[in-house]
Ligand binder design. Structure first.
Ligand code: CMP
Length: 135
């Protein structure tokens, strides 16, 4: 069944000129864009988006990175979109992510890993509401 998931193309990807490459991979898979915007994440939005990570030791540098410049937020739709996008994105650490995935092909970092993708349908619903409150 068709689902929606939230994708963030992170500031490292915007700085490296990889937005088209990443959106292109999602589109070529057959997924569609339901919404897309260029924004800089505020400190408050970072704390809300990453609520489950705010107490982790890696959170302060993650927040610094995620608020460091513009990112592209997108609602991506398609059959089993949550799981399909996670498969295309690959493992968190770009050094360990499988070749053929976005991170495996394009990232060497476990922080500057180019993309965020919702990890469940419940997360997707929560995150889409944070980033696209109007709809
Ligand atoms: P993301 O999918 O956005 O979800 C949480 C983010 O925290 C993750 O991608 C990485 O950018 C970052 N992250 C997760 N684990 C670590 C870690 N061990 N060290 C640094 N950053 C991490």
């Amino acid at each position: 069944d068709s689902e929606r998931t939230l994708v963030l193309i992170k500031p490292d990807a915007v700085r490296r000129g990889l937005v088209g490459e990443i959106l292109g991979r999602l589109e070529r898979k057959g997924l569609t864009l339901a919404a897309v915007t260029l924004r800089t994440m505020s400190a408050d939005l970072a704390d809300a988006h990453y609520a489950e990570h705010v107490q982790r030791p890696f959170y302060p540098p993650l927040k610094q990175f995620m608020t460091s410049g513009p990112l592209v937020a997108a609602v991506v739709a398609g059959d089993q979109a949550v799981a399909v996008v996670r498969t295309l994105v690959g493992a968190t650490d770009g050094r360990a992510a499988a070749a053929g995935t976005i991170r495996g092909d394009l990232s060497l970092s476990n922080r500057e890993n180019l993309v965020h993708a919702s990890d469940s349908a419940a997360s997707a619903q929560r995150e889409i509401a944070l980033w696209f409150p109007a709809g």
